[in-house]
Design a protein around this ligand. Sequence first.
Ligand SMILES: [Zn+2]
Length: 267
Amino acid sequence: MAKQRPYISALWHAVPSNIHARLEQSIQRGIEDFHTSPQQASAVPKIFFRADDIAIPSSQCTAMLKIFAEHNTPLALAAVPAWSTPSRIEKLLSVAPNSNDLWCWHQHGWSHISHTLQGKKCEFGSNRPTEECVEELQQGTATLTSLLGDTLQPVFTPPWNRMGEDSITAVKELGFKAISRSESAPKQNILPDIPVNVDLHTRSELTAESGWNALLEELRAGIASGRCGVMLHHERMNPAAELFLQRLLIILQSYPVQPVPLYPYML
Ligand SMILES: [Zn+2]
């Protein structure tokens, strides 16, 4: 059985009063650790934000988009094609306009349905016939292209951050230039990988404090790597998570860390 995560992760029930100082400390340590390599002594670590499961203009989704717009910080939007309709996308574009390069709209699977019978969830696993996967991937690309046109970027984020190698080859043949999964995903040489290494909202720690410790360590390590990728799930955000996100974006502005759109800046 796949491990079930609590819908709202434990840490979002109690934001520590000293979170501002702890956040600053993690960012500062990440920068210092990045600079310990002589080749990177004067380089600036990059950070990108990727929001998954985009399509429905819920109040949580629009609140998240407004936070990024307000702080002028790029956000990659991983849109689920089968959930995307003209009216939904139109509403989202009114908050995240395609005339603005803050938003890296890109494809997030097809229908976000897992086809694994047990174990970890996966939409495009190697257990499915390749032709079936190719058909759905094509359908997804066609749907989003019809709704977003040139705004759609050639990046593919697989649901649950995993997909089989045959499907990676299929997305390459469809014209995608990169995929974005988690840092722990199995290595592959088919397309460049742009991994996320910080998970804000689908955490499984049982207590708030263990969640904070793990999250802040992921942030430090991500910045220390020079390529920090932060994953968001708006449907699991509560007011505490919104407040933290605002603080994070504000604090980042006072550090030498460069927020960039996922594509093409992270290639
Ligand atoms: Zn997803």
